[in-house]
Design a protein around this ligand. Structure first.
Ligand code: HEM
Length: 458
C-alpha cells in the first residue's frame, strides 16, 4: 500500500560545489540531493543559494492551499518565461493573476472541454494519416510526433482552427526559446541582470519576438469575430469581474501564448511518455485496447471519456513517472514554517514533483510502471497531495480537465489502429528538465498497423 510519510527530521545538505552548478545547468533533476527521494523536507542549496525542498504531501498541501497567499512566483522562473508570456496567468501574482484567472475560467468549463473533442479527434486522425503513409513496420519519434499532434489540438481547440499560424514556424520558435531558459533561470537565481547576455541569448530574443508577433497577428485577425467557441473566442469575450472591462491586446497575447506554451508541450510529453511506456508493456496495451473497444467513440458520446477508466490510470502512471511539470517553485512572501523549518521572507521553496512521485516513503517500487496503483480503491488510500502532476490549491492547472480529455481521446484514436513496441536494445530515454521534463535524444518507437478492430457503436 502507498502511504503518506510522517513529517520527520529535516535533512540538511552542504553547500553546492562547482560540479553541482554545472549539473544544475544541464539538468535540474540531477542536481537535487538524494535525500529528496527519502526525506519529507530537505534544506539544500542551488547555485550557492539556500533552497528548501518540500516533499511531504501534508506540508505541500499546507503551503499550496492554506498558505497560498503567503507565497509568490519565483522571480528566476518568471523572468525566464516573461519574454514570451509577459504577465499572463502563469507568470503573474496577486490581483493581476486573480482577474485573469476569473476571466479565463469559463473557457475551461467541462462543457467547453466536451465541445473540443471533435477537434482533438481530428488531430488523432491527422496523426494516423502521417503514420499510414509511413512503411507498415515504421519507426516514429514519439516526441516530435506528439508535439505535432498536440499543436494540431492547440490550433483546433484554442484558435478555432486558425490557419494563419504556421505550426512548424511556431514550434521552431518555441523550441528555440525554451532551449535557453536554463541559462535565464540560473542568471535569475544568481541575481544577474536580465540584460546580461548568455550563450544563445540573441537567438532566444529573436524567437520570443517571432512568437509574440505570431500571437499578435492571430489576436488581431480575430478581434472582429468575437465568437466564443474556442479558448481565444472565450478570452476575447471575457471581462474582468472587478472592472467589467475586456482584456487588453497585450493581456490577450500574453494569455494566448501562456495557454499554448503551458498546454502544448505538457500534453505532448504525457502522450509521448505514455506510448513509450506501453511499448514496453504489451499486456497494458491489450487492456487499454479492450477498454477502448468497449466504449463508443468520444466524438459520438463525450461521456465515453469517463468510461476509459484503465486508460486514465495508465496516463496517471505515466505522469507519475514523468511529470511534465517536474518542479514547482515559490518564494515565501512572509516568514513561514515548513515541517519545523523556519523559512525567512524571500526564501526559496522547491516542490520537486518528480521526486515526490518517486518518494520511497510514498510509493511501493517507485521506479516500476504499474497503472493499477491508480485503481480507484488504491487511489483512495493515498494522500491527495502525493500525486501532483497538475499542482494544487488556487494555482492548480486551469487546463487539467482539457489535458486529460486530450490524452484519452488521442489514445482512443491511435491505439485501435497501431501497436507500439520498443526498438531492439533501446532503453527508455533519460529525462532532463528544460522547464518541462523532456526525453534526452528523442523517443523512437516501432509502430505497427493493426487489423481493423470492431468498436461499440461502429
Ligand atoms: C498534461 C498536461 C499538463 C500538465 C502536466 C500541466 C501541469 C501544470 C502545473 C503543475 C501547473 C501549476 C504550476 C505551479 O503551480 O507553479 C499548471 C498551471 C497552468 N497550466 Fe497546466 N498542465 C497541463 C496542461 C495544460 C493545458 C492543456 C493548459 C491550457 C490549455 C494549461 C494551462 C495552464 C495555466 C494557464 C497554468 C497557470 C495557472 C495559474 O497559475 O493560475 N495546462 N499546469
Amino acid at each position: 500500500m502507498d502511504v503518506a510519510p510522517a513529517p520527520g527530521p529535516v535533512a540538511r545538505r552542504p553547500l553546492a560545489g562547482a560540479r553541482d552548478v554545472v549539473r544544475a545547468f544541464n539538468n535540474l533533476v540531477e542536481a537535487w540531493p538524494e535525500d529528496v527521494y527519502r526525506e519529507p523536507v530537505v534544506a539544500g542549496r542551488l547555485l550557492g543559494r539556500p533552497v528548501t525542498y518540500v516533499v511531504d504531501p501534508e506540508c505541500i498541501r499546507t503551503l499550496l492551499v492554506d498558505e497560498a497567499d503567503k507565497l509568490v512566483r519565483d522571480d528566476a522562473m518568471t523572468r525566464a518565461l516573461a519574454p514570451i508570456l509577459g504577465t499572463g496567468l502563469l507568470t503573474s501574482d496577486g490581483p493581476a493573476w486573480r482577474t485573469q484567472r476569473r476571466a479565463a475560467a469559463p473557457a475551461f468549463r467541462p462543457d467547453r472541454v466536451a465541445a473540443s473533442i471533435p477537434a482533438i479527434a481530428d488531430a488523432a486522425r491527422a496523426t494516423l494519416r502521417r503514420w499510414e503513409e509511413a512503411p507498415r513496420q515504421g519507426v516514429v519519434d514519439l516526441q516530435s510526433e506528439m508535439m505535432r499532434t498536440a499543436f494540431d489540438i492547440v490550433v483546433g481547440t484554442m484558435l478555432g482552427g486558425d490557419a494563419g499560424l504556421d505550426p512548424a514556424r511556431f514550434g521552431r520558435a518555441l523550441d528555440g526559446y525554451l532551449k535557453h531558459t536554463n541559462w535565464k533561470i540560473a542568471y535569475g537565481v544568481l541575481g544577474a541582470p536580465a540584460w546580461l547576455p548568455h550563450p544563445g541569448s540573441a537567438r532566444a530574443a529573436k524567437a520570443s519576438r517571432d512568437l509574440r508577433g505570431m500571437a499578435a497577428r492571430v489576436v488581431a485577425g480575430r478581434r472582429d469575430r468575437r465568437d466564443g467557441c474556442d479558448v481565444l473566442g472565450a478570452l476575447l469575450s471575457a471581462v474582468a469581474p472587478d472592472t467589467g472591462l475586456p482584456l487588453s491586446d497585450r493581456e490577450l497575447v500574453d494569455n494566448l501564448l501562456t495557454f499554448v506554451v503551458a498546454g502544448h508541450e505538457t500534453t505532448a510529453l504525457v502522450l509521448a511518455w505514455t506510448l513509450r511506456l506501453i511499448a514496453e508493456h504489451p499486456g497494458v496495451q491489450r487492456r487499454m485496447l479492450d477498454e477502448i473497444a468497449g466504449v463508443p467513440s468520444p466524438v459520438d458520446d463525450p461521456g465515453a471519456v469517463d468510461r476509459l477508466v484503465f486508460c486514465r490510470q495508465v496516463v496517471c502512471e505515466a505522469m507519475r513517472l514523468y511529470p511534465p511539470a517536474a518542479l514547482l517553485v515559490r518564494r515565501a512572501a512572509v516568514d513561514l514554517k515548513v515541517g519545523g523549518l523556519r523559512i525567512p521572507a524571500g526564501g526559496s521553496l522547491h516542490i520537486p514533483i518528480y521526486a515526490l512521485h518517486r518518494h520511497r516513503r510514498l510509493w511501493n517500487d517507485p521506479e516500476t510502471f504499474d497503472p493499477d496503483r491508480f485503481a480507484p480503491d488504491r487511489q483512495r488510500l493515498r494522500h491527495r497531495f502525493a500525486f501532483l502532476p497538475f499542482g494544487g490549491g488556487p494555482r492548480v492547472c486551469i487546463g487539467m480537465g482539457m489535458a486529460i480529455t486530450e490524452c484519452l481521446v488521442i489514445l482512443a484514436g491511435l491505439l485501435p489502429r497501431f501497436g507500439f513496441g520498443p526498438l531492439e536494445g533501446a532503453p527508455l530515454p533519460r529525462a532532463h528538465l528544460r522547464v518541462t521534463l523532456r526525453p534526452i535524444g528523442g523517443m523512437p518507437v516501432r509502430v505497427e498497423a493493426r487489423r481493423a478492430q470492431p468498436r461499440v457503436g461502429g
